[in-house]
Ligand binder design. Structure first.
Ligand SMILES: [Fe+2]
Length: 177
């Protein structure tokens, strides 16, 4: 568990597959350029403060791969003031894989999130930018046991919430350390 985790005590979300930013930057250099360039400019539109990408692409550029109907990304809050999600796969309503965001704020456990939530159904190629530091969110399981959900996750930082304030246990929790 990280300090950003919001699962209930005793509940263990099954970790999803993960590709770190060093690997992505090596294999997909265009995606690294997008993170530091055009995507940062889009994130800037959502914020009055200057917006910065992570200094190290290893931290800033990560891919989550969720397979089948048993995996889901855990209930958590974000530590970065802005998160950008680039969806790679489509998951229309009814097929699972949606991002479930609490309308009640920072709550604990899937049931509390589900009680009053906004659901974002991934559309391949769509970039979503949001501030979820105070809204618990998780990714629902896929309904297809053979399904695959892929998303690129990119944090952005500001002077009032800089990269240096990133929780020290988060890299280990995400498998980046
Ligand atoms: Fe998140």
């Amino acid at each position: 568990m990280s300090v950003t985790s919001r699962e209930r005590v005793g509940v263990t979300a099954i970790p999803v597959g993960f590709v770190d930013g060093t690997t992505i930057a090596g294999e997909l250099p265009w995606l690294r350029e997008m993170y530091y360039g055009p995507f940062r400019a889009v994130a800037q539109l959502a914020c009055a403060e200057p917006v910065f990408a992570a200094r190290d692409a290893h931290i800033g550029l990560n891919m989550h791969i969720q397979r089948g109907s048993a995996e889901r990304y855990e209930c958590h809050v974000d530590s970065s003031p802005l998160s950008a999600l680039l969806y790679v796969t489509d998951h229309p309503a009814g097929s699972g894989g949606e991002l479930v965001v609490s309308n009640r704020g920072d709550v604990r456990g899937r049931e509390e999130v589900d009680a009053d939530a906004t659901r974002v159904h991934p559309v391949a190629g769509q970039l979503v930018v949001f501030d979820a530091r105070h809204r618990t969110h998780y990714v629902a399981p896929l309904t297809d046991p053979d399904g695959v959900r892929i998303v690129v996750v990119m944090p952005y930082y500001t002077p009032s919430c800089p990269e240096s304030a990133r929780p020290t246990d988060l890299d280990h929790h995400l498998g980046l350390a």
